[in-house]
Every structure is written in C-alpha cells, then in structure tokens.
Design a protein around this ligand. Structure first.
Ligand code: SAM
Ligand code: SF4
Ligand code: FES
Length: 332
C-alpha cells in the first residue's frame, strides 16, 4: 500500500473488509498462535516529562515505587509457574538502578529459561550493549509519532532523531526491536498516522505496538478526548497488512478504551497479549493513563483471563518463546 491508499482507509467509515483482510494476513504470516508476554512494571520513577504520560516527573500526585532486584526476579519466577515464556521489564526512565543491577536481574531471569524484553526508555549505546550481553532478547521503544515537531512538543527536551538513533543502535546490537505509536494524540493528523505506518515498514520492526492515547487528568493534556476504538483498530489492521509478519499486541490500552478491545484487536491483526504480572501492591501506581484494566486481578487471574480470550477467538496459546518472525539472522 502507498500513502494515499493508507490514507483513504484511515478516512473511510467502512472497515469491515479491511479488518477481514488484516485477519487473513495475520493468519497467513503469523499463524493461529497468540504469544503471551508477562509485563512487570518495575518502577514508576521517570526523569522525562512527556506531556501525555501520568508518570512524567512533574506529576507530583503519583506515589512512586521502585521494586527491588529480588522482587523483580521473584516476579519472573511467577511467570515460569504461570507458563508465560517472556517477561517484559518496563519502567519510567529511572536511572537509580545501577547498570550492574539491571544486568544482574537480566542474567538471573535468563537462568529461568525466559525470553526478556526491555522497555526502559532511551539509554546510551553502552547501556544497550551491556544489557544485550547480559542476555536481553528484545527491546520496545515506541517512536510515538513520526511527526517530528509534534514529537518534540510532546517530549520536552527530547529529539525525534535521537529516538530513531536508539532504534538503529538496538537493531545493530541484534535485539529484536519493537516500536509503536499512540493514536489520537492532540495535534496528530491522519497524514502523519499514514506516515507512521510507512515508517513501521521501512524500519522493518520485529514488534509494533499501536494503542490509543488516553488523556491523564494530572498531565498538561488533561481535558482532551480519546479517539475511540474504531480509529485504533483501523491503524492496527493497516499496520498488519503493511508489515505482514511483525508481532502486534492487543494492548492493555485497547482493552482500557473498550471492554472488548483486546478481543476485537485479535480479530483484526493482533497476535500477542501481555498479561500484567506486576505485584498487586504496585499496580495502581503505574498509572500512565487513567482507569487501566487489571488493577485488582492478580497475575494468575490475568493469565487465565487472556487464555480464555484467546480460545474464544478460536486461536491457540503460543508455544515456545514467540521470537521474531522476521528472517534476519539473530543469536537466539
Ligand atoms: N519509559 C519508557 C518509554 O517511554 O519508552 C517505557 C514506559 S512508557 C510508560 C510505555 C509507553 O506508554 C510509551 O511508549 C507510550 O506510548 C505509552 N503511554 C504513555 N502515556 C500514555 C497515555 N496517556 N495513553 C496511552 N499510552 C501512553
Ligand atoms: Fe517517562 Fe516513558 Fe512516561 Fe515518558 S512515556 S514520562 S519516558 S514513563
Ligand atoms: Fe487481567 Fe483480564 S487480563 S483480568
């Protein structure tokens, strides 16, 4: 698809055929398995001040927490018990963890025979290298929007070119690389979303996260409206068609904007689900956006819930690690 065709779909009110096509492409290039990634939100401290995010450093209404190394490792042990083959370690940009500690955590978790995805923001090339050498397999770093001006307005002091440079470095270091966007950011246009989808393709990403922007009341973007599920599903379906075999999650944010959002996403291109395995006492404090789902369901409940969701969609729970479907050579 070229930009005009993508844009025409984004403008159209009738997406039924688009969703069917995305489902067909998903089935052909990714198969029926839906892979599980257990997310551990291990710290909500952040040095950045992204206008959209509830964890931004200027939000003094957040109760901040930082899990210890032992807590993080024991959470990963729980993933093993629950038969979840990948853990995603996510946090704000919290520089209080020494690189040594993060590498120790990664090494210990690798001993459990789990795949590890990191999502800890922008770091130096050296940090990325050390974490890869410690055993991390994958890295998620959304570029959020390909509209450079908008990006730099929403992330004060940060540069779009730097975000892309990080993605490039991660790829060079042989990580399986994920990126993504929020749909419905104030100031975002359909044109720029079409551009985002083309950028997904040219970056040849292993994983792509597409979720709605959900306005948080304690941020400068409070008072904006979210865009609604239909627009997000359209972007997800187009992303599937354009990128074919990238792993695409039915995100928690899609499940938050619509009670059936993740089920719907599974039917128009998604092939990944990320049950939350963060310890219960911390969940409510990792409030990137309001009314996040799964605040009172524990890891085992979420694991059971997503399995039911997968089977109800007539799909299978993934076996194995669910590594990248791209063919470039990786040391895995
Ligand atoms: N700090 C790391 C980073 O920014 O890459 C990882 C954690 S950050 C909370 C993960 C993702 O949350 C961001 O990439 C962004 O797309 C998403 N996010 C932040 N605020 C959001 C909001 N208000 N609505 C929806 N998604 C949001
Ligand atoms: Fe920090 Fe990430 Fe939130 Fe930005 S999106 S404020 S970097 S946690
Ligand atoms: Fe947490 Fe459904 S995934 S309760």
């Amino acid at each position: 698809m070229n930009k005009k065709q993508i844009l025409d779909h984004l403008k159209s009110d009738n997406s039924a055929d688009l969703f069917k096509e995305a489902d067909r492409v998903r089935e052909r290039y990714c198969g029926d398995q839906v892979h599980l990634r257990g997310i551990i939100e291990f710290s909500n401290y952040c040095r950045q001040d992204c206008l959209y995010c509830g964890l931004r450093r200027s939000n003094d209404k957040v109760t901040r927490y930082r899990m210890t190394c032992d807590e993080i490792i024991s959470c990963a042990q729980n993933a093993v018990k629950l038969d979840i083959p990948t853990v995603v370690l996510q946090s704000g940009e919290d520089l209080s963890y020494q690189m040594e500690d993060l590498c120790f955590i990664v090494k210990e978790i690798k001993k459990l025979n789990l795949a590890i995805t990191l999502s800890v923001g922008e770091r130096s090339h050296d940090d990325y290298k050390r974490l890869k050498e410690a055993g991390a397999d994958r890295y998620l770093l959304r570029f959020e929007t390909s509209d450079e001006k908008l990006y730099e307005k929403l992330r004060p002091g940060r540069y779009f070119s730097q975000r892309l440079k990080c993605l490039e470095q991660l790829k060079e270091l042989n990580y399986q690389v994920g990126s993504g966007i929020m749909v419905g950011l104030p100031g975002q246009t359909l044109e720029s979303i079409a551009q985002d989808i083309l950028l997904f393709r040219s970056l040849d990403l292993d994983m792509i996260g597409v979720g709605p922007f959900l306005p948080h009341p304690h941020t400068p973007l409070a008072g904006n409206k979210d865009i609604g599920i239909a627009a997000v599903l359209k972007v997800l379906a187009l992303t599937r068609i354009v990128t074919r075999n990238a792993h695409i999650p039915a995100t928690t944010a899609v499940g938050t904007i619509d009670g059936q959002g993740r089920q719907k996403a599974l039917l128009c291109g998604a092939n990944i689900i990320m049950p939350n395995i963060t310890p219960m006492q911390y969940r409510k404090f990792y409030e990137i956006y309001p009314d996040k789902i799964c605040l009172s369901e524990d890891a085992s409940t979420c694991r059971g819930c997503v399995e039911k969701m997968i089977l109800a969609a007539d799909r299978k729970v993934g076996t194995g690690f669910g590594h990248t479907l791209k063919t470039r050579k990786l040391d895995i």
